[in-house]
Design a protein around this ligand. Structure first.
Ligand SMILES: Cc1cc2nc3c(=O)[nH]c(=O)nc-3n(C[C@H](O)[C@H](O)[C@H](O)COP(=O)(O)OP(=O)(O)OC[C@H]3O[C@@H](n4cnc5c(N)ncnc54)[C@H](O)[C@@H]3O)c2cc1C
Ligand code: SF4
Length: 333
């Protein structure tokens, strides 16, 4: 047992000041990822600042139609919220495909976004891992790679980002609101997580002590025609091999606009801008969907154990887009 101090945050600014002023302090949301990491010896904070008493929870419609989700809102509450289910069904579906009912009741939106990779070597402190200890090497490169990246990886790390919710938020153009010691800033969810490059130890663009206060969903009308699907080794309680979040705007059998992101393929949710571009103003047919998927996946570089992810991503995307055209996307319940 490694001793640590626990404090309940009294307000946002003092929570930010406390963590900013101590390199070994960390924010605590639901604790479902961080506490696991403390038990495994991956994280060794000396001070936990518990955010769950702060007034950062709730889902609110702003006057311009933006929907603001407080960073402390529990995953189960977001998934069940009528506004989210009606206006952003892909987000509710993504949340409901993650973890389990018990975990979703505890997990917060901020913690979900910042959960760390499930790479088996990252979680096993007896094996070398550049993400845990920079310079140690990457055990996955010559190891078990079924769950690893096929896009945007580096020689230093081939891990993938694990969150289902973040993939839906990326496709839905969501923006993260952040409070730091120097004030507030906003970052698109698509730009929050990093590719590994030479610094896989840094998952995101956040500095130490920066606090996520909310996530904003813009009022894109066709987000109501959105769908999240996940291919995994089990129907529940398993992380994505590949996932797809998509929203489609259609007019007379043609795609007028699209928002698409993949999960399970890269160190961050992968916004499929090449696919989106290829789909615009084209007929909404399976052939067009397949060609648009291949435009994105042409740069894929599979590892020894995960070549199956490339056709799986293509087929899942085609199935999601066809489902959206035929209005077959299931109700998020
Ligand atoms: C068995 C199991 C199965 C799972 N399956 C899935 C799955 O299929 N799909 C999926 O997406 N997830 C899955 N998860 C992960 C789960 O979704 C995350 O553990 C959870 O969302 C983390 O939220 P939390 O509030 O508990 O985060 P915490 O553990 O409290 O925090 C996680 C990180 O975020 C930081 N943090 C928390 N809140 C903030 C904030 N507001 N601002 C800045 N930093 C903050 C913490 O310091 C910490 O570094 C699974 C987890 C388990 C244990
Ligand atoms: S893939 Fe990344 S997280 Fe996994 S062992 Fe390699 S460096 Fe560590």
């Amino acid at each position: 047992m490694i001793p640590f101090e626990y404090r309940r945050a009294e307000d946002v600014d003092s929570a930010v000041a406390t963590v900013t002023g101590n390199d070994r302090a960390a924010f605590l949301g639901g604790g479902t990822n961080l506490v696991d990491h403390m038990k495994l010896g991956i994280a060794r904070p000396e001070l936990l600042v518990d955010l769950t008493g702060l007034p950062l929870d709730g889902v609110e419609e702003l006057p311009d139609g933006t929907v603001r989700i407080g960073a402390g809102t529990r995953n189960s509450d977001v998934a069940a919220h009528p506004v989210i289910r009606r206006r952003y069904p892909a987000l509710a579906q993504a949340l409901l495909r993650g973890a389990s009912g018990q975990l979703r009741t505890l997990a917060t939106v901020g913690g979900n976004l910042l959960q760390r990779t499930r790479c088996v070597y990252f979680q096993d402190v007896t094996t070398p891992c550049n993400k845990r200890e920079p310079g140690q090497g990457c055990s996955a490169l010559e190891g078990y790679t079924r769950y690893h990246a096929v896009l945007g990886a580096s020689e230093h790390c081939v891990a993938v980002h694990p969150s289902d919710m973040a993939v839906a938020l990326t496709a839905l153009d969501a923006v993260v609101q952040i409070r730091g010691a120097d004030g507030d800033r906003a970052v698109a969810v698509a730009d929050l997580h990093r590719l590994p490059g030479a610094h896989p130890e840094r998952d995101t663009v956040l500095g130490h002590g920066e606090l996520i206060t909310a996530v904003d969903l813009p009022p894109t009308p066709f987000s109501a025609r959105s769908w999240y699907r996940k291919a995994a080794d089990r129907a529940a309680f398993a992380f994505a091999l590949v996932s797809v979040a998509a929203a489609l705007d259609l007019d007379d059998g043609h795609v007028t606009d699209a928002r698409i992101a993949f999960g399970g393929l890269a160190h961050k949710p992968w916004r499929a801008t090449l696919t989106e571009h290829a789909l615009r103003d084209r007929p909404a047919t399976a052939g067009e969907f397949r060609a648009a998927a291949e435009a994105e996946l042409a740069d894929a570089r599979p590892l020894a154990g995960n070549a199956f992810k490339v056709p799986m991503a293509r087929n899942l995307l085609v199935a999601v887009l066809r489902g959206l055209v035929d209005d077959r996307a299931e109700d998020p319940s």
